[in-house]
Design a protein around this ligand. Structure first.
Ligand SMILES: [Zn+2]
Length: 216
């Protein structure tokens, strides 16, 4: 890996729509991202640019890379190196997520504990007020501090044995035979013939890229 990078006189750069990823000279430091702003200016995430507010080596590298632009040639060694960097970024993300999850758990635990105590206290008031509304046969009651409402709820009916209920023909409804779209045969036909059937819109998706990395 080191030889691959140090052999190059210019920094290795990967471009996409967002900007440029400048590969580090040292194999195990992080790549730096140079972002292209809508007005065309380049910004970098590195210390030199953000804190010292000076043009950094990464932006300089991007400028010279643009100046000497030639069709990118990517070798298998590049691909393998990129895959290893991808694996490192994934590992760092996982570590961040694990550390955030731990904090999230602690915050949730605190919230459950604190709100649990408040909820139990609330419940006394809620039950007392609901009971009072019910005893007084009120549906709505406006008070100085707010309004109370007691709404009757629709029945909840769960059918436990459908066949048994359907023996009572009062509750049986005939559904006429339906014509339904046969999506499987539609897909098979379009895939095979490429014919655009009226009433359909065909979208061709790019092949889905995925990867697995070997343990570091
Ligand atoms: Zn920089």
């Amino acid at each position: 890996m080191e030889t691959l990078v140090s052999k190059r006189t210019m920094k290795q750069i990967i471009q996409n729509d967002a900007g440029y990823l400048v590969m580090p000279d040292l194999a195990f430091s992080e790549p730096d991202e140079v972002t292209r702003q809508p007005d065309g200016t380049l910004t970098c995430e590195c210390f030199t640019f953000t804190i010292l507010e000076q043009e950094c080596e990464h932006i300089a590298a991007v400028r010279s890379w643009i100046g000497n632009y030639q069709l990118p040639t990517m070798t298998q060694a590049d691909a393998d190196y990129y895959l290893s960097r991808l694996g490192e970024l994934d590992a760092m993300k996982n570590e961040n997520t694990a550390s955030a999850d731990l904090q999230i758990q602690r915050v949730k635990h605190w919230l459950d504990f604190e709100n649990g105590s408040l909820d139990r206290k609330r419940q006394y008031f809620v039950e007392a007020l609901a009971g009072w509304m019910s005893d007084s046969l009120y549906k709505t009651k406006r008070l100085v501090n707010g309004t109370l409402r007691l709404r009757t709820q629709p029945l909840t009916i769960e059918v436990i044995d459908e066949a048994m209920v359907m023996q009572d023909k009062r509750f049986v409804r005939n559904v006429p035979a339906q014509e339904k779209l046969d999506k499987a045969s539609l897909r098979a036909h379009i895939t095979e013939t490429g014919e655009e059937i009226e009433g359909t819109r065909i979208e061709i998706s790019l092949p889905k890229f995925s990867y697995t990395t070997n343990p570091l």
